[in-house]
Design a protein around this ligand. Structure first.
Ligand SMILES: [Zn+2]
Length: 273
């Protein structure tokens, strides 16, 4: 009986550790690797990335990235606080940087570490386009999509057996992190998310940009421009992981009204185009 009870407690403990709730969809997701382990690794990788790349400062573009980033961060906080997730962002250390690089790319690492490449700016074409990409990338982070990918990698690596959930030594942890985020030798080049995660990030991103005061329909136009650009010879990181299909653009168009309705709950009534 005693053994049974402790086994029961152990199983409950394992399930509690192994799941996280997506605050936007309410869905339970696999989280074998907690954010308390992922964030410090992400912060370290981010600093290393900034050291090894040319960060643009004191230009109007750099200021725009920071400005839009802060608005999306504030929108995230307002949404989470209003939906029973106060404190969700406690361990976030938001940072927004523009790097000089012709790649059409942008990403948000776990814990709110954001990079935009100068190569994406001709496609974003100003603040609202940046907000659409920023909302989407931040949504991946808030929904813990990377954490799920890392959990899946760990699941493959060590197997999800009780007692074997915690990652072993640091090199092993680092290797799984690199595998999940596509970092290491090719820092910042993210592996593609699943179509499902892409859809989720689109929908959450629209809500965030609308609460931040940006016209969510502009996201559909942005992905149209991405689609047009995919045929050119621009470096393809972002475009290959974010194919702009007609379905994607149609979904965004359909969800834009819902995002504006959500924003109105926060007193946002005008949307910058
Ligand atoms: Zn994405």
């Amino acid at each position: 009986m005693k053994i049974k009870t402790s086994l029961g407690i152990a199983i409950v403990a394992v399930l509690a550790i192994a799941c996280a709730t997506n605050p936007f969809t309410g869905k339970k997701t696999m989280a074998l690797v907690p954010n308390s382990q992922i964030f410090p690794m992400a912060f370290q990788q981010y600093d290393q990335f900034l050291d090894e790349n040319k960060v643009v400062t004191n230009t109007s573009d750099a200021r725009m990235i920071t400005n839009v980033g802060q608005k999306i961060a504030t929108a995230s906080e307002r949404y989470l606080n209003a939906n029973g997730y106060a404190g969700y962002l406690n361990d976030y250390q938001w940072e927004y940087n523009l790097v000089e690089d012709p790649a059409v790319n942008a990403w948000c690492m776990p814990g709110g570490k954001i990079v935009f490449y100068t190569g994406i700016l001709p496609i974003t074409q100003g603040e609202t386009g940046v907000a659409a990409v920023m909302g989407h990338e931040v949504a991946h982070a808030l929904a813990n999509h990377g954490q799920q990918r890392m959990s899946a990698a760990q699941y493959q690596a060590v197997g999800a057996v009780a007692g074997n959930l915690a990652l072993g030594n640091d090199p092993q942890k680092q290797q799984i992190f690199n595998q999940a985020y596509g970092l290491g030798s090719t820092v910042g080049v993210m592996l593609p998310f699943s179509r499902n995660h892409e859809s989720e990030a689109d929908r959450i991103g629209l809500t965030l940009m609308a609460i931040a005061g940006y016209e969510p329909m502009a996201a559909a136009q942005l992905w149209e421009r991405m689609k047009a650009n995919a045929g050119s010879n621009a470096p393809p990181e972002f475009l290959s992981t974010h194919p702009s299909s007609t379905t994607r653009i149609n979904n965004i168009t359909a969800w834009a009204a819902e995002a504006k309705a959500e924003a109105r709950k926060f007193g946002v009534t005008s949307f910058k185009k």
